[in-house]
Write a protein that binds this ligand. Structure first.
Ligand SMILES: [Zn+2]
Length: 121
């Protein structure tokens, strides 16, 4: 028996060359690029200017200090408003009706939702 001819290899086109770099030299970045420039006798390339980001803009300042101080407080501006309303006698009464919880009916006492004050009888 003779060898079978390699038909497939005869019909395949030649393998394409790998893509070449621009200007026929390997491109370098960062420290390697600086090293290449030093070998060529050139100074290192100038650095890009630092771009201010949002995080850098947010930090510092009396407004940020006030904001963080208030963020650690227990009460916000809405709580101060409700406290003022309750102090002046304008309570926000809720309840006084039945509420169904599952199979049971619960009577919800009528109270101010901000300071738990009962309405006058
Ligand atoms: Zn109240």
């Amino acid at each position: 028996m003779s060898e079978r001819p390699d038909v497939r290899a005869a019909h395949l086109p030649a393998r394409p060359e790998p893509p070449r770099q621009l200007y026929d030299h390997d491109h370098t970045f960062g420290v390697a690029h600086d090293l290449e420039r030093m070998r060529a006798g050139l100074p290192p390339s100038p650095r890009a200017p630092r771009i201010r980001t949002r995080a850098a803009r947010r930090g510092g300042g009396p407004l940020a200090a006030t904001r963080s101080w208030w963020a650690n407080r227990e009460h916000g501006p809405a709580d101060i408003w409700h406290r003022f309303r309750c102090r002046t006698g304008h309570h926000d009464f809720r309840g006084g009706d039945q509420l169904q919880l599952g199979a049971r009916f619960v009577y919800v006492e009528r109270r101010c939702q901000w300071c738990d004050a009962r309405p006058l009888p």
